[in-house]
Design a protein around this ligand. Sequence first.
Ligand SMILES: Nc1ncnc2c1ncn2[C@@H]1O[C@H](COP(=O)(O)OP(=O)(O)OP(=O)(O)O)[C@@H](O)[C@H]1O
Ligand code: NI
Length: 326
Amino acid sequence: MPEPILQVRNLTVHFYTYAGIVKAIEKVSFDVYKGETFALVGETGCGKSVTSRALTQLIESPGRIVEGQVLYYRDDGSVVDLLKLSEEEIRKIRGNEIAYIFQDPHASLDPLYTVGHQIAEAMEVHGKISNIKEGIQKAIQILKSVLIPDPERRVKNYPHELSGGMKQRVVIGIGVSNNPRILIADEPTTALDVTVQAQILELLDKMKREYNATIILITHNLGVVAETADRVAVMYAGKIVEIGSVDQIFKNPLHPYTQGLLKAVPNPMTKIEKLEAIPGTVPNLINPPSGCRFHPRCPKAMEVCKQKVPELKEIEPGHFVACHLY
Ligand SMILES: Nc1ncnc2c1ncn2[C@@H]1O[C@H](COP(=O)(O)OP(=O)(O)OP(=O)(O)O)[C@@H](O)[C@H]1O
Ligand code: NI
């Protein structure tokens, strides 16, 4: 039996804007197992980043976590609900046991400090080193492990002296500097060109093996999912519509939305090359559609889909779908 490291239950985040309440994510539930790469996929605006940030209470005003539990299984076997922790308690875990790698290295790195200083600082915040000097020595080791050539020299570089790919490696270095148990990578390769993307994904995999971490990978790139993930959750308009192993999702997609997504891209598993966009547009989350949020775009919609929110049901072992067809 796979051991859970996270159990997310009914996670709901709303943004209180002048235009109205944006129901960004609604009763999102999933498990993440120890040592796996768990991918969160879906179109832009479906709630992937909000979900991943909410896991450690990283939601800023006007957003609020209005409901849910994030059960975190610690190394010592104890379980804690991350949403119940105080700001001080969660800050000890965030960036330490649970670390983030964000999409944009420009936003993640401070232009005023050397990369060595920034890696050292990330460790110092969590008491992993006693001074910045010791940190710089460790930073050189980290730069080496993220495959940056000539780390003794690079450690003294400022971000602008590095290429986009190198900067993203530094961001990954900061992410793994405290040896996190969970690494949350939000579109870690989107800003990079294709060859560098492949190198960064390979690097993430290496980090996972070396540091024995669990990875939550957020992406809208299904090719990346097929290549790097063990399991996948598909999101649509703030809800999870399907969860399964990579094989289950790619070879036997159950939800009409997942089926549409796979048709919309060259399917990396079945080598379908025909591109087909899903008709219609992503709904407004201030007034989301009633019942199943996908029903206005669904080719298989039935009367019940307009009225009743479908629950996630296990159709075959480990394969869950929220759809009235099943
Ligand atoms: N600060 C905010 N104020 C209002 N609405 C917000 C805010 N942040 C996020 N949202 C809304 O929450 C929803 C989910 O956004 P989120 O960033 O999680 O999407 P995503 O799936 O990560 O998209 P992308 O692939 O573009 O990164 C969107 O509808 C977005 O408009
Ligand atoms: Ni996002």
